[in-house]
Each structure stands twice: as structure tokens, then as C-alpha cells.
Write a protein that binds this ligand. Structure first.
Ligand code: HEM
Length: 529
């Protein structure tokens, strides 16, 4: 099995990694026997190490190497995945391994796992002008096979930098995303209408079944309306056939992506997984709307609208590059926002006090007969805190990576050669009691700027970091704020007792383990449509 760590890291997908021989936990335990301050840090236990205020590097006299690190074996990983049932709970495996091995250890295929905010900061501060999450070989392979271009996810180096320079200009800053506010508000209006339609058809008159599926439709409609400047019809009673096929293709590609990264190439002609994987990608790239776009590109026609028109008018990008980037933006922009909104509503339904406080803010700041502007929602402290706290508890991207390509680095007192891959256990970090007391409790107020001590900035970085951080962040935030604002203003969200306990599983992103239905009780106001 020759798995490159970053091959397993597809868009917003948790890394599932294979490991080699271990000498690991022995080392972690023995490092606790070190004299002096290191021992003092270690004696607080693996989980607590994260809260040490000084980087470990400053505590050790002589830097050690990666050979000294605790290490997970392939067999341990396989055992944990199969017999201990972590295969779809890889985020929980982060916490489990943190307890076993401590703040830094050697995971599968020699990548280095770090799971404290301090170590995360140490690694990320090594980002240079061209940071890399690694080489997404299987994604590139498809594009090379079919002659398609790469996008922000698959590209690295100078070419990535040039893409970013162009794409950033209309996305990165809040004032950039504000220009999509009207478009997004139209989609939110249709979404609210759909909620009304669904709840009316339910036996209780207010129940919406499978809200994650509804948010998926909403997010796809929203991102397509920005990128493709077209309405796909996802919020109509019946989804148009081509759009449904596109959705199925995304799901197919993601389902087989992991197996493709795991299996040796020779098995591709013997087993069906490769064909399914390619069919998934074909469905994505053959999406009718994309074809229309391609046609317009081929014919050198003018394309009306905002984002796409901007990309097309940019002389630095070829049409192939535009196409490659639009596909990756579309892919990145759906599961992420939809699942975050799902978790947010779930949390609010379970925490009526937080929901009441949010309702107060929402109803106080914008008159009921008006649809909020981008500027208004981004000023709402509690609304922002609710989303931030939901992303802390359910970071849709629970793991991320960096490959330090240009130099040797010392992290946590260990020396690593150039090209070492580091993975970040974001889920474990954002559930560390030392960083976030009562870490499994929903407390949006911990993010308020009201004089309280704010959590460590690296404790929850759901959109990543620095120049390689999420390019869609501002659009995603605006989309989520506008949707949440209107939903909470119109409805009181209540749990459906028949759902029972909702757990979270890893499937591309962190998703609920069963369909979540919620009661949308009309608040009875005369709200703007
Ligand atoms: C809740 C919503 C979202 C979350 C939590 C999220 C999270 C992330 C994270 C963690 C990364 C990796 C950053 C890093 O390595 O430092 C990333 C990258 C990226 N995201 Fe998002 N994302 C979200 C929504 C979106 C949306 C709506 C879009 C598209 C409009 C998007 C497009 C991208 C792209 C293209 C990259 C790759 C950037 C690069 O490599 O230069 N994301 N996102």
C-alpha cells in the first residue's frame, strides 16, 4: 500500500491514513520521565499538554528527531478502524490517539500528527509564500486523463499562487462577498418558501424531515448562483434531472475517493471501484450547466454576471484554468456550508436559551419588514458566535495538513527534514478541555468580545490559516449568516423527540449519523419574504 498522506486529503475530507511500524507510545511515556520542566508538562497527562503556554521546543535542550516520536502501526490503525469501530469516527480517533501518544506523534505513512494549538501554530508559522497541503495525485490523475485543468485544491507552487491572486480579488474580503448579498438573499427567500411548503405537508404542520438534505439543496443553489450565475432549481418541488445527477456524481466521487487512494494501481482494472470513481468525476465535469459554460467559453461569448464574468475577463487565466477552478469551488462550497447549518440548527434546537438570545439580537437589529444586508448580519456578534461555536464543536473539516517543502523545521523540540507532512487534529484540539472548558457544551458566548478572556486563536480555525486558508470563507459566512438570520426570525426551532441522540460521523465532512428532522414553529410575525 503506497498511500501519500495528502492523496487521502480530498476537498474538505478527513485524512484516513495508513501507518507503518510503531515505537510510539513507549516514547511518549518515556518522555514523561524527562527531568525538569518537560516532566512537569508531561505529568499533567497527554490531553493537558496542549495547554502548556510555552512551545515544547523551548523546553528541551537538545532537539530530537522524528525517530524519537511515538508511532502508530498499520495494524494498530486497522484494528482501531475495524474492531474498535473508528472507521467512520476518525475524528474521535484523534482524541483517542492524543490520550495514547500525547501532543505530537508519528501517524500513518510517516506524517506527523499535532494536536495542540501551540504546536499547530508552530507548524503554520512556517507557511511560506507557497504553502502546500500536499500532492492530490488521484484528483490530478483524473484531470490529466481527460485533459481538464487544475484548480486551487489541486494546484501548488507558483501556478497556485497566480490562481489565488486572481480568485482572492472577488472572494476573500467581506466587502467582496457583500456584492453577492442580493443573490444570496434571493436563494434564502426560496429556501424559506420551501421550508413553509415542507412543514405544511407534514403530519404536525411544522416538521421538516432530513434538514441536512434541505441544506444541501440550499448550499448548491447558493454557490451555483454566485459561480455560474444561474439558478439550478434545487429548491423547487422536484430537482431538475441534470442537477440531481450532478449531486449523485459528487457523492459517488467522494465515496470512492478514499478507496482509490488506498488501493494499488494494478487493482484498478480488476475491481469496479476505479470505474465508479471516474464516473463520479465525469458526472461532475459533464454537469449540464458546466457544459453550457464550456460552450460559451469555446464560442468566446460574453458571460453576464459577477464571479464568472470576472474570471473570464481576466487575461491571466486560460479557459481551462477557469473551468478547473469553477469545478473545485463548486465542490468545496456545498457540503461545508450545508453541514455547518445542519449542526447549527441541531445545537440551537437543543439549547433554547441560546436560541432565544439569538432571536433577541436578530429581531432587535433589523426591522421585521426588511431583509438584512451583508453589513447588518456581519455586525451581529451573537449570530457570528453561534456559527463559530457550531464550527468548533463540529468542524466540518476535522483534519488538515501542511507539507513544509522548503526547509528543515523544528516543531515541539523535534527536528524534521524538508518535505515532512504534518496533519492537524482539529477535532481533538477544539475538544480539549484545557483550551475550551466544557468543550462538549454549546456556549456561543465564549466567542463574544465583551471583555472575557478569548480562547487560543489556534484552538478553532475551521477555515484554515494564512494565504492557503479557505478562499470561500467570506462567501460561506455570509451565506450562513443570511440563512440563519431569516430562519430564526421566522421560526422557533424545536427538536423532534423521535430522532433520539444524534451522533456525528465522518463522511467527507462531519455529518449526522441519521436524518435529522426538526420542528419549525412559526413565530407569527409579519416578516419580509
Ligand atoms: C463552512 C464552510 C467552509 C469551511 C469550514 C471551509 C473550510 C476550509 C478549510 C479548512 C480549507 C483548507 C484551508 C487551509 O489549508 O488552510 C479550505 C480550503 C478551500 N475552500 Fe473552504 N470551507 C468552507 C466553505 C467553502 C466555500 C463556500 C468555498 C467556495 C466558494 C470554499 C472553497 C475552498 C477552496 C477553493 C479551498 C482551497 C484553497 C487553496 O488551497 O488555496 N470553501 N476550506
Amino acid at each position: 500500500l503506497s498511500l501519500n498522506i495528502t492523496e487521502a486529503l480530498c476537498i474538505h475530507q478527513p485524512v484516513l491514513v495508513m501507518a507503518a511500524r510503531s515505537s510510539g507510545n513507549v516514547m511518549w511515556r518515556s518522555s514523561c520521565l524527562l527531568p525538569g520542566r518537560v516532566a512537569a508538562v508531561c505529568s499533567r497527562g497527554a490531553g493537558s499538554v496542549s495547554s502548556a503556554s510555552e512551545p515544547l521546543s523551548s523546553l528541551q535542550d537538545k532537539p530530537r528527531t522524528l525517530e524519537d516520536l511515538p508511532r502508530v502501526t498499520l495494524w494498530e490503525l486497522l484494528y482501531r478502524m475495524t474492531f474498535q469501530g473508528f472507521h467512520n469516527r476518525m475524528h474521535e480517533l484523534q482524541i483517542y490517539e492524543k490520550k495514547l501518544y500525547g501532543p505530537i506523534y508519528r501517524g500513518a505513512t510517516n506524517h506527523i500528527c499535532v494536536n495542540t494549538p501551540q504546536l499547530l501554530a508552530e507548524v503554520l508559522r512556517n507557511d511560506n509564500k507557497l504553502p502546500s497541503r500536499g500532492d492530490m495525485a488521484v484528483w490530478k490523475e483524473y484531470r490529466d486523463m481527460r485533459g481538464f485543468g487544475y484548480g486551487l485544491f489541486t494546484e501548488n507552487g507558483e501556478k497556485w499562487y497566480n490562481f489565488r491572486a486572481v480568485l482572492n480579488k472577488r472572494m476573500l474580503h467581506p466587502r467582496d462577498s457583500a456584492q453577492y448579498c442580493d443573490t444570496l438573499n434571493d436563494v434564502v427567500t426560496d429556501f424559506i418558501k420551501r421550508m413553509c411548503y415542507l412543514r405544511q405537508g407534514s403530519p404536525t404542520g411544522d416538521l421538516v424531515p432530513d434538514i441536512a438534505n434541505e441544506f444541501y439543496r440550499f448550499s448548491l443553489e447558493a454557490i451555483a448562483s454566485i459561480l455560474l450565475e444561474t439558478r439550478l432549481g434545487c429548491l423547487e418541488k422536484e430537482i431538475p434531472k441534470g442537477t440531481q445527477e450532478f449531486i449523485n456524481s459528487i457523492s459517488k466521487m467522494f465515496s470512492y475517493n478514499f478507496i482509490v487512494t488506498l488501493m494499488p494501481k494494478w487493482s484498478r482494472s480488476l475491481l469496479p471501484y476505479w470505474g465508479h470513481y471516474i464516473a463520479g468525476w465525469d458526472g461532475i465535469f459533464n454537469f449540464g450547466e458546466m457544459e453550457v459554460l464550456q460552450q460559451r467559453l469555446d464560442d468566446n461569448q460574453d458571460v453576464e454576471g459577477q464571479y464568472l464574468a470576472y474570471l473570464l475577463s481576466n487575461t491571466q487565466m486560460s479557459m481551462k484554468d477557469v473551468y478547473g477552478n469553477i469545478s473545485e469551488l463548486l465542490l468545496a462550497g456545498v457540503d461545508t456550508t450545508s453541514n455547518t447549518l445542519t449542526w447549527t440548527l441541531h445545537l440551537l434546537s437543543k439549547n433554547p436559551q441560546a436560541q432565544d438570545r439569538l432571536y433577541e439580537e436578530v429581531s432587535a437589529l433589523v426591522p421585521a419588514d426588511r431583509i438584512p444586508s451583508a453589513e447588518e448580519v456581519t455586525r451581529m456578534q451573537y449570530l457570528r458566535a453561534v456559527i463559530k461555536e457550531s464550527l468548533r464543536m463540529y468542524p466540518v473539516v476535522p483534519i488538515n495538513a501542511r507539507v513544509v517543502t522548503d526547509k528543515d523545521v523544528t516543531i515541539g523540540g523535534y527536528q524534521f527534514p524538508k518535505n515532512t507532512a504534518f496533519t492537524f487534529s482539529h477535532y481533538a484540539i477544539s475538544h480539549d478541555e484545557d483550551v475550551f472548558p466544557e468543550s462538549f457544551t454549546f456556549k456561543p458566548e465564549r466567542w463574544l468580545r465583551d471583555g472575557r478572556i478569548r480562547p487560543n486563536a489556534f484552538g478553532a480555525i475551521p477555515f484554515g490559516f494564512g494565504v492557503r486558508g479557505c478562499v470561500g470563507r467570506r462567501v460561506a459566512e455570509l451565506e450562513m449568516y443570511l440563512a440563519l438570520f431569516r430562519l430564526i426570525r421566522q421560526f422557533e426551532i424545536k427538536p423532534d423527540p423521535t430522532v433520539g441522540e444524534l451522533k456525528c460521523i465522518n463522511r467527507t465532512v462531519l455529518v449526522p449519523d441519521k436524518p435529522l428532522s426538526l420542528h419549525f414553529v412559526d413565530r407569527g410575525g409579519e416578516n419580509a419574504a
